[in-house]
Design a protein around this ligand. Structure first.
Ligand SMILES: *[C@@H]1O[C@H](CO)[C@@H](O)[C@H](O)[C@H]1NC(C)=O
Length: 388
C-alpha cells in the first residue's frame, strides 16, 4: 500500500515537473534577404512565472539553439555568444528557399544551478516589402567582433555613418557575418585586436562616386601593392568603425542579368569551315631495314662475344703441363711421398674390423698384430712401426 502511494506521488511530481518545463513560445518575422537578429538575454529566460526566486544578474548562462526535431540550426541561422556573462544572438539572412515556418528551440543553461529553461521561437519567414535594394555593398569592419554589431544600436550607428558616404536613400542591413566564418583568423589576444565582421548593406539609390572609386581597379591595384586605396571623400565611419577599404565589394543588381542561353543541341557534324586546314597526308614508310638493324646488330655483337669467349676458354688455357713444369722436382717428390703415406695409413685403418679414428694407430703392435688393452699405459709399450 505504502509503495503504491509513493509511486503515485512520484508520478504526480513528474507530471507537474513536465508541465513546468513546457516551453514558452515567441513568434518572430524574419525577412528573406534581410539580416535577422534575435537577442537571447536573461530577461527573456529568467523572468518567467514559474521562477519564483529571481536569478541574480551575475549568474553565468549559456544558450543552445537548434531547429525543432533536428540537432542543429538551419543553414542560414547562426548562434553566437561571446561568454556566459553576455547575451547570445541568433542571427543570419534567410534565403528564398527558407520561406515559411521554422521552429527554433533555445535552451538556456544556468551554469551555477544547472537549471535549464527552454523557449520556442516560431519564425515566420516572409518576403520583404518596400523598394528593391539593387545596390549592395559589403564592408569588412576590422574594429569589431560580430557580437558587437548585432545589437540594434551599433548597427544603426553604422548605417547612419555610412549614409555620409552614400547617396541619400534607404540603407538596409542585408547580411552580417563574422570574418572567422569567411576564412579570417582568431586575432592574437592583444588589446584592441578584433576578429572583424563583414557587413552587407543594400540601398535603392546608386553608389556614390566615392564608393565607386574605392572599388575601382586602380584602387585594387594600389591595395595589391600595399598602398592605401583612393578614398576621395571623408571617411565618415572613422574613427568608430575601422573599415578595411581594400575589402569593399560593390554589387549592382539594377541591370537584370541576361538569362542563361539554353544550349541547342546540334546534329553533331561540324559545319564546313573554309579556314580549316587538315594536316598533310602521311606517306607510307618502310620499316623493314630499321627492324633488321635493330635486331641484327645486337645479335652479331652477342655472337662475336661468344666466339671470343669460346676461343679464350678452349685455346688459350694454360694447362697442367705448364703448372708441373713450373714446380720444382723436390717439391713434387715431397708431395708424392706424403700422398703415398697417407693412402697407406688410410688403407691400414680401413682393414681393421672396428673402424677407429686415426689417432689410435700407435696403440697397435704391427708386428704381433696384438691389440693393447685400453688401460695399459701406452708410454711403457714400445711402438714398432714397420713400414717395410
Ligand atoms: C550571408 O553571408 C554569408 C557569408 O558570406 C553567406 O554564406 C550567405 O549566403 C549570405 N546570405 C545571403 C542570404 O546572401
Amino acid at each position: 500500500m505504502a509503495a503504491v502511494l509513493i509511486w503515485i506521488s512520484l508520478l504526480v511530481g513528474l507530471l507537474a515537473g513536465l508541465g513546468h518545463t513546457e516551453a514558452q513560445q515567441t513568434t518572430l518575422h524574419p525577412l528573406v534577404g534581410r539580416v535577422f537578429v534575435h537577442t537571447l538575454d536573461r530577461e527573456n529566460f529568467l523572468h518567467l512565472p514559474e521562477l519564483v526566486v529571481s536569478v541574480p544578474a551575475t549568474v553565468p548562462i549559456t544558450y543552445h539553439a537548434h531547429l525543432q526535431g533536428h540537432p542543429d540550426l538551419p543553414r542560414w541561422l547562426r548562434c553566437a555568444q561571446r561568454s556566459p556573462h553576455q547575451p547570445g544572438f541568433l542571427y543570419g539572412t534567410a534565403t528564398p528557399a527558407d520561406r515559411g515556418r521554422q521552429v527554433i528551440e533555445v535552451t538556456a543553461y544556468n551554469r551555477d544551478s544547472f537549471d535549464t529553461t527552454r523557449q520556442r521561437l516560431v519564425l515566420l519567414i516572409g518576403d520583404p516589402e518596400g523598394p528593391l535594394l539593387p545596390y549592395q555593398a559589403e564592408f569588412l569592419v576590422r574594429s569589431h567582433d560580430v557580437e558587437e554589431v548585432l545589437p540594434s544600436t551599433p548597427a544603426g550607428r553604422f548605417l547612419t555613418a555610412l549614409g555620409g558616404l552614400w547617396e541619400p536613400g534607404e540603407l538596409q542591413l542585408l547580411n552580417i557575418t563574422s570574418a572567422l566564418d569567411r576564412g579570417g583568423r582568431v586575432p592574437l589576444p592583444i588589446e584592441g585586436r578584433k576578429e572583424g565582421v563583414y557587413i552587407k548593406v543594400g540601398s535603392s539609390s546608386p553608389f556614390s562616386t566615392c564608393l565607386k572609386m574605392v572599388a575601382s581597379p586602380d584602387s585594387q591595384a594600389r591595395c595589391a601593392q600595399g598602398q592605401p586605396p583612393l578614398l576621395s571623400c571623408y571617411d565618415t565611419l572613422a574613427p568608430h568603425f575601422r573599415v578595411d577599404w581594400c575589402n569593399v565589394l560593390l554589387v549592382d543588381k539594377s541591370v537584370p542579368e541576361p538569362a542563361d542561353e539554353v544550349p541547342t543541341p546540334g546534329d553533331g557534324i561540324l559545319e564546313h569551315d573554309p579556314f580549316f586546314c587538315p594536316p598533310t597526308e602521311a606517306t607510307a614508310r618502310e620499316f623493314l631495314t630499321d627492324a633488321l638493324v635493330t635486331l641484327l646488330v645486337p645479335l652479331l655483337v652477342a655472337l662475336l662475344l661468344t666466339l671470343l669467349l669460346a676461343y679464350v676458354m678452349c685455346c688459350r688455357r694454360e694447362g697442367r703441363l705448364k703448372r708441373d713444369l713450373a714446380t720444382s722436382d723436390i717439391q713434387m717428390v715431397h708431395h708424392c711421398t706424403i700422398r703415398g703415406n697417407t693412402e697407406e695409413l688410410r688403407q691400414m685403418a680401413a682393414s681393421r674390423e672396428v673402424p677407429r679414428p686415426l689417432s689410435t694407430l700407435p696403440m697397435f703392435n704391427v708386428r704381433t698384430g696384438e691389440r693393447l688393452p685400453p688401460q695399459v699405459d701406452s708410454a711403457r709399450v714400445p711402438l714398432i712401426l714397420d713400414q717395410h
